[in-house]
Design a protein around this ligand. Structure first.
Ligand code: ZN
Length: 154
């Protein structure tokens, strides 16, 4: 019983270390694929679509989908920042200007509306200046507390 409490106090379990590493790799690979376009040698499919560059977004979506599937199966929470950067409908990495459009809406409350350019799904996040995500709070993350103290000393 005591051993279990100690493990919980240290943060994420060591049992899932490889899973976290793999999820991290998949997330970074997905971000790279969303930002990359590849030149193709194929003829354009129609005369209307005349560009020979092709986005690797599909591969990035597959990586994100795999990452979310792993988290769901092992009941691991994704970091909210990671979760907010992925489209919940099509798993596209939401890069502003590339795969998503970001708008500020002021009514009824100031919100950031991120629209996925692939599937047109909206993601609305309330933008309060004093709002802090639960896992960003200093009392939750001891490493951030020490960083804050070091900054105050400098
Ligand atoms: Zn989408």
């Amino acid at each position: 019983m005591a051993r279990k409490k100690e493990a919980k106090a240290q943060g994420p379990s060591r049992d899932h270390l490889q899973t976290y590493q793999r999820m991290n790799f998949l997330y970074q690979a997905s971000a790279l694929m969303a930002a990359t376009t590849a030149q193709t040698q194929q003829e354009p499919r129609s005369k209307w679509n005349d560009n020979r560059t092709r986005s690797l977004n599909g591969l990035g979506r597959y990586y994100n989908s795999t990452m979310r599937k792993m988290a769901r199966r092992l009941v691991i929470r994704l970091d909210p920042h990671v979760k907010r950067s992925i489209c919940k409908r099509c798993d596209t990495m939401l890069l502003p200007g590339k795969t998503s459009a970001v708008r500020i809406q002021h009514q009824p409350e100031t919100t950031t509306v991120t629209t996925c350019l692939i599937c047109n799904t909206h993601k609305r996040l309330i933008a309060r200046p004093d709002y802090e995500l639960f896992n960003d709070k200093a009392e939750i993350r001891p490493d951030m507390e020490t960083e804050a103290v070091e900054k105050a000393d400098a």
